[in-house]
Design a protein around this ligand. Structure first.
Ligand SMILES: O=P(O)(O)OC[C@H]1O[C@H](OP(=O)(O)OP(=O)(O)O)[C@H](O)[C@@H]1O
Length: 426
């Protein structure tokens, strides 16, 4: 039984909250989460947190934006109710994929938007303009009808070619109309991003503005009053540097490694495969620890728009013919990456069996259907986000429990003990 500690759960992952409280031997902190009719979040904390060490557990899944706001309000409520320390526990950290700038091949992002001054161009290709204002940026604060007309007119006047990257420059294309993407039906990353997808006319020098939401989310958590963050397998470990409070980034690696060791027959002769260059370090760490071979799939998506992510070209570097391939990645969202990788590994690669091990099985939209129809033999994930429903729909899915890791991390942080023991890989 741990004393002077309160564990509160947001609405994203009640099972994990129950497990953690059970393992710590404490009752769940009492909290009421509700909504006003308009959709605003309302939080009421029923236990006194005065002078207490408070941990708020909320994972980045489901209605991820609602859950984020719920977390921020809860943290703030605890602070104003005189909690001694508030730790945000985010088993899967929302927005951590958005800490960098996707269109950075040719240098820093543009910092000023183009001005639509009657079709006259007042900037060059080398311009480094400032942050788009509400009236400057496509899709922000301007009535869509008027904006579409204006942009189409500019495109027509300039004989647009639609190129946003080097590869497209110089080619001749017809003027590019505005396209609207319907975001209502699919929660997948690729289909939910664009409100207006506008390809700028040739020679304007304007590259689409992409917000670095990761920075904002880090600031929001700190401003709300978080004193400490506990999370697991951040998409980009450098994201910790966005915070000026301690961040404990736990590893899912020991769990995944244990699965390989004890559940994959003849695992020493299998090959660990990273489905993209970004995850190579994570995958090689496992391959090295288990003395296994390593291969890499090169996934090319950066130079183009975010909507092209699903069409990225994949190329296998390494030999997996006649072997078992074990894909290792930090997360599966739409599952496009792992299913396409599996197709490549079993098809051209000649792998006999393909496993995918991902820490965060978000499985948005039709991800589970995609896995069921894929060449993947098994998908192993953790319950850093709820998996009950996914498990019911997918026989290939194996779920590893992170409850113990988070409970132990909370216990150790509370007592001021080192958490490095949690990084052991045996
Ligand atoms: O299931 P999916 O929808 O395919 O998403 C999963 C992929 O997304 C992330 O990488 P990302 O594409 O952001 O590339 P990066 O590693 O270059 O940042 C993640 O590391 C996976 O590889």
């Amino acid at each position: 039984m741990v004393r002077n500690i309160v564990v509160l759960g947001g609405s994203s992952h009640p099972d994990l909250v129950n497990t953690v409280c059970h393992l710590l031997g404490i009752p769940n902190g009492r909290i009421t989460l509700s909504k006003f009719a308009v959709g605003e979040t309302r939080v009421e904390i029923q236990d006194s947190v005065r002078g207490k060490d408070v941990f708020v557990i909320q994972s980045g899944c489901g209605k991820v934006n609602d859950h984020l706001v719920e977390l921020l309000i809860t943290i703030s409520a605890c602070k104003t109710a005189s909690a001694k320390r508030v730790t945000a526990v985010l088993p899967h950290f929302p927005y951590s994929r958005q800490s960098d700038i996707p269109y950075n091949k040719t240098g820093a992002p543009l910092s000023k938007a183009p001005t639509y001054n009657g079709g006259k161009n007042d900037f060059t290709f080398e311009s480094r303009p400032g942050t788009p204002g509400p009236m400057d940026s496509p899709g922000l604060g301007v009535s869509h009808g008027g904006l579409e007309k204006e942009l189409s007119r500019i495109a027509l006047e300039r004989g647009a070619d639609g190129g946003v990257n080097g590869a497209d420059r110089g080619k001749s294309h017809p003027p590019t109309p505005l396209r609207r993407t319907n975001t209502a039906d699919s929660p997948s990353a690729a289909s939910s991003v664009n409100v207006n997808e506008w390809v700028p006319p040739k020679g304007t020098g304007y590259k689409q503005w992409v917000a670095q939401a990761g920075t904002l989310v880090a600031d929001l958590l700190t401003c709300a009053g978080a004193d400490h963050i506990i999370t697991m397998d951040l998409h980009d470990p450098q994201y910790q540097g966005f915070f000026d409070i301690p961040v404990d980034n736990l590893y899912g690696r020991p769990l995944l490694q244990r699965y390989i060791k004890y559940n994959i027959p003849d695992y020493q002769n299998a090959v660990i495969v990273s489905p993209d260059a970004g995850g190579a370090k994570r995958a090689t760490a496992i391959a090295d620890a288990l003395g296994m071979e390593f291969a890499l799939i090169h996934k090319e998506r950066r130079p183009t728009r975010i909507t092209d992510r699903q069409n990225a070209t994949m190329m296998l570097v390494g030999d997996i013919a006649g072997k078992v391939a074990i894909l290792v990645d930090d997360m599966a969202d739409t599952s496009n990456t792992i299913t396409r990788a599996a197709k490549l590994l079993k098809g051209k690669g000649g792998a006999t069996r393909v496993y995918a091990l991902v820490t965060h099985g978000v499985f948005s939209g039709d991800a589970i259907d995609r896995i069921n129809a894929s060449a993947l033999d098994k998908v192993i994930t953790t319950n850093s986000v709820p998996q009950d429903q996914h498990k019911r729909l997918c026989d290939k899915l194996v779920v590893l429990d992170v409850g113990e890791v988070f409970a132990e991390a909370i216990r150790r942080v509370h007592h001021g003990e080192s958490i490095s023991v949690l990084f052991r890989n045996d």
